[in-house]
Design a protein around this ligand. Structure first.
Ligand code: GRG
Length: 300
């Protein structure tokens, strides 16, 4: 395992990175004219909480490859959080999950209206891509980063995964392989892209990219298993979103297909392998290891 940094405090580390990302988001999303309500909705949904896990993974992966790149990477991390927020706004819409609670507050379409929420999601996706295109890196790297992100959110990634998830609602007989594929596309692909964007920006070599791909695939799946478990075991006040949705919609989930214990065991195994993949590529990052552990130990 990568050597443990004894004085490392994960809570402080996450809080520090969160502030960096949110300060950048505040600067780029401050409401403007014209279309002020659009900006207000974009700012409301982007700055109303959230763990900033994907943005922090981007920053931390970059640091694991080359320290001291923060000023270049923060706009990338902020862009990733804009795109993530877009997916939450659209996921909550009445035509999707029809949810009224997100990050402990009213969802975008409840706070504003459905039309504004739809457009706020659209604009956050585009502003996120725009931010990526303007980062201070050589053009070929920017193109590579944009390719990684768009592949992860397009029809082969998040959007396709969401489509399959909708098709699986109230459907019997979804297999474990089908469930895994859906999550790999819907949630895993973008989480992996968040790690790879940081790694590419910091100049990772092929073996480092391969190891970070394995790391992120594993933690992405572990994240989803824990999400399924929390949906059954936690409460709305802790999670900041409606719980029990999966059961209500009769969705296939890891605990449903495997049972709680086996599902949880699988998440722990995935995290162990994620850390081993870093070790095998000599990526010595206590931070990435601790984030992997946090993903399965989190309570929201
Ligand atoms: C990409 C054009 C385009 C459309 C998106 C709606 C949709 C299509 C996809 C839904 C993707 C989605 C919302 C997946 C769920 C991912 C997930 C578990 C989100 C919760 O992530 P956390 O816990 O949230 O990191 P916070 O609030 O902490 O940021």
């Amino acid at each position: 395992m990568p050597t443990a940094q004894t004085n490392f405090n994960l809570e402080e580390f996450l809080a520090e990175k969160k502030i960096l990302i949110e300060n950048h988001l505040k600067a780029v999303l401050a409401p403007k004219e014209p279309a002020t309500q659009l900006w207000q909705a974009m700012e409301y949904s982007s700055l109303n909480g959230g763990k900033r896990l994907r943005g922090i993974l981007c920053l931390t992966a970059a640091d694991a490859i080359q320290m001291g790149m923060s000023s270049t990477i923060i706009p990338l991390a902020a862009a990733i959080e804009c795109i993530h927020t877009m997916s939450l706004i659209h996921d909550d819409l009445p035509c999707m999950d029809n949810d009224d609670l997100r990050r402990g507050k009213a969802t975008c379409h409840v706070k504003f209206n459905e039309e504004t929420a739809l457009l706020a999601g659209d604009a956050l996706l585009i502003e996120g891509l725009n931010l990526l295109s303007k980062v201070e890196l050589p053009s070929p790297k920017i193109v590579e980063i944009i390719q990684v992100v768009t592949s992860a959110v397009g029809a082969y990634g998040m959007t396709g995964g969401q489509m399959i998830d909708l098709e699986n609602t109230n459907k019997n007989g979804v297999t474990l392989d089908e469930l895994e594929k859906m999550h790999e596309m819907k949630t895993g692909a973008f989480l992996k892209a968040s790690v790879l964007v940081g790694a590419i920006a910091a100049g990772a070599n092929d073996s480092q990219v391969k190891a970070l791909s394995k790391y992120s695939e594993n933690i992405g799946l572990a994240f989803q298993i824990i999400d399924d478990i929390l949906d059954l075991k936690s409460d709305s006040a802790t999670l900041g979103k409606t719980v029990g949705k999966d059961e209500e919609q009769k969705k296939a989930t890891y605990p449903r297909l495997l049972g709680f214990e086996v599902a949880e065991q699988k998440a722990y195994e995935l995290v162990k392998e994620a850390k081993e993949s870093l070790q095998n590529a000599h990526i010595n990052s206590t931070q990435l290891c601790k984030i992997a552990e946090y993903i399965i130990e989190r309570n929201y």
